[in-house]
Design a protein around this ligand. Sequence first.
Ligand code: SF4
Length: 332
Amino acid sequence: MEAMLYEKGVGNVRCRLCARRCVIADGKRGVCGVRENRGGVLMTLVYGKAASCAVDPIEKKPLFHFHPGTKALSVSTVGCNFRCLFCDNWSISQPDEIFGDPLSPEEIVSLAKRTGCRSISYTYTEPTVFFEYAHDTARLAKKEGIFNTFVTNGYMTPEAVEVISPYLDAATVDFKGSGDPSFYRAFCGVPDASPVFDALLEMKRRKIFIEVTNLIVPGGGDIKSPFLKLSGWIRDSLGAETPYHILRFFPSYLWSGSDPLPHNAMEEFWKMARREGLSHVYLGNMPGGSFENTVCPSCGNVVIERCGFEVLSLNLKGNACSWCGRALNVVA
Ligand code: SF4
């Protein structure tokens, strides 16, 4: 299928989906490995080829403030525009060949309805690289009253955000190592993290609900100064009540050289983010503690109590705290 968002050059094409903006010669593919120039036409090679499809709690994305306690149908294809050494999903993000089961956008929407999912999440790998598939599915889902969410590294062009924005309700944007450029170069194979910040601003401008994650990778991605800088940027640019998930790292794929941080070190990061003025800070990959609960910034009562990805109690009236009535940054 012909790709969206590219322009033809002399003897090549330029892809405009992600911030790499690959210039691709005839017969070659972009960095993501799933977009190919065939005689001057850029083709997507993964349309309709689902590498994984599962029903998840929406909390697993993580989306803690967007329709909490509901189910999300999660879909992906193979491919990614990053090369993270610690990727959890490397078998589908960095495959030797393209694979996937045939699954049309119509079938995905029908499956979401049959399984009682309120939303479809484009996730596991980077949805930007299967943009056309996500776009067509999201458009159909929207007509059926089903929400759409991206779990993304945020390395999208503003043009891609603009095109998907009529159908995209929410996004979890995933930083690694607090967006430190040297960490992105060394660990993710990406020259610069600045496009992620630009994409987040574009999402906010287009009223896409945003939650932010930050994977703390010991041995380079656990440095305090970029962490403080990112916390301040979220507060000032996205809002102090933006849900912010600090994720504990576990060794994976090619990066087994460091152990997960101890709980008390993770709690220090949590405290730093709170001191920077963020109201809704969570610790991820540490189930069972109070760091998973949503607390009302006004009255201090627990509004959403969680254990892992399970919602144990929901004390909301619409989007307001049912204890004191304060409006919260929650879509319910
Ligand atoms: S989506 Fe793929 S082909 Fe397009 S710019 Fe990004 S890495 Fe390159």
